[in-house]
Ligand binder design. Structure first.
Ligand code: PMP
Length: 354
């Protein structure tokens, strides 16, 4: 308790990000970063921004980036919002759309930042159980609510929804915002961005952190009807006029322009994932069908926390959640082919030793 704090701060339960330790030669498969660096043209663009021009503020509208995202996804710049990582975009969206007279809905197992935003902004929420195969049953969301949030593919399960399932939910809640968090969509699911032309209540949030290898630059964006974007701009301009610095704007534009690099690296991550999934299954792991750059797995005969600590002893970090329904699962980010081979070898040894 701190008597100098605003009273509501005592009630906050902050999000806990995955560790970023400084262990040498660590194989870091715990925070779903891309194992490959960003496109070389991103580095050139960043270098181009380093100079005396940094004395000036960046463009508060990041118009070049909005334009680049709009052309990439065939929407208008007025349908695009950008922010400091998709975490910030999500926070503004919760603030702008979800303080309603009814609770918002999201799955009980999903990105653990959602309840944190709810507590920050005084948003009431109800969580909805996944089915026995860890999937989202969209019919469970066909009820009155203050809004709906799905990560698609869901995290940490990695399991995607189809566009027709999403469309059913969006169509039946015309007076509520349905937010689809597509942080991992480029690794095998379909984006719902084309649906924003039909549904003014649909907001899609994406990030440059995963498929575009720019977690360190902090760039996220939303696509939706211009009136939703205007709501987000109001919140943003009441909070921070310049969430994206000059390097972030230039780097993100360059990343979008290098389509070949993007396609090559995401295909490589997906191939590595599918190979690792088959190898883990052969070792007796149950592997959720993933459309992401991570696998969510459990072994019927082995405790996940013990496996995570055995891996840690080999300087391999994976994510283990201390949440009752999923405490026997590990979430393993897809690394390079060599990193995944080391992980597999370390797991074979851990299973043998147990
Ligand atoms: N959504 C989901 C489902 C995530 O897993 C993450 C990464 N932790 C984010 C959003 C936020 O990503 P960023 O802020 O790096 O864009």
């Amino acid at each position: 308790m701190n008597r100098l704090w605003s009273p509501c701060i005592h009630e906050l339960v902050p999000y806990v990000p995955g560790e970023q330790p400084k262990i040498p030669n660590l194989i870091k498969l715990n925070t779903n970063e891309n194992p490959y660096g960003p496109s070389p043209s991103v580095l050139t663009a960043l270098n181009g921004e380093v100079g005396s021009g940094l004395r000036l503020y960046p463009d508060p509208d990041a118009s070049k980036l909005k334009q680049a995202i709009a052309s990439y996804y065939h929407v208008s710049p007025s349908e695009v919002f950008v922010g400091n990582g998709s975490d910030e975009v999500l926070a503004h969206a919760f603030h702008a759309f979800f303080i309603q007279d009814q609770p918002i809905l999201f799955p009980d197992i999903t990105y653990s930042f959602y309840p944190v935003y709810c507590r920050l902004y005084g948003i009431t929420f109800t969580t909805v159980a996944l089915d026995r195969d860890m999937g989202i049953r969209v019919n469970d969301y066909q009820r009155p609510c203050g809004g709906i949030v799905f990560a698609n593919p869901n995290a940490p399960t990695g399991i995607p929804l189809s566009l027709s399932e999403i469309e059913t939910v969006v169509r039946t809640h015309p007076d509520r915002v349905v937010l689809i968090d597509e942080a991992y969509v480029d690794f095998g699911a379909k984006t719902a961005i084309p649906l924003v032309k039909t549904y003014p209540n649909l907001l899609i949030v994406q990030t440059f952190s995963k498929s575009r290898s720019l977690a360190g630059l902090r760039v996220g964006f939303a696509v939706g009807h211009a009136s939703l974007i205007e709501g987000l701009e109001r919140v943003k301009n009441s909070f921070n006029s310049y969430p994206l610095d000059k390097l972030a704007i230039a780097g993100a534009v360059a990343a979008l322009e290098d389509e070949d690099y993007f396609q090559e690296k995401r295909a490589l991550v997906m191939r590595t994932r599918d190979l690792l999934a088959r190898q883990l299954e052969a070792m007796g792991f149950l592997v959720c069908p993933s459309a992401t750059n991570f696998l969510f797995v459990r072994h019927p005969d082995h405790n996940a926390a013990s496996l995570a600590s055995a891996l840690r002893e080999c300087a391999i970090l994976v994510r283990h959640f201390r949440q009752p329904e999923i405490e026997n699962y590990l979430r393993i980010s897809i690394g390079t082919e060599a990193e995944c081979a080391s992980l597999q070898a370390a797991l074979v040894a851990a299973l043998d030793a147990a």
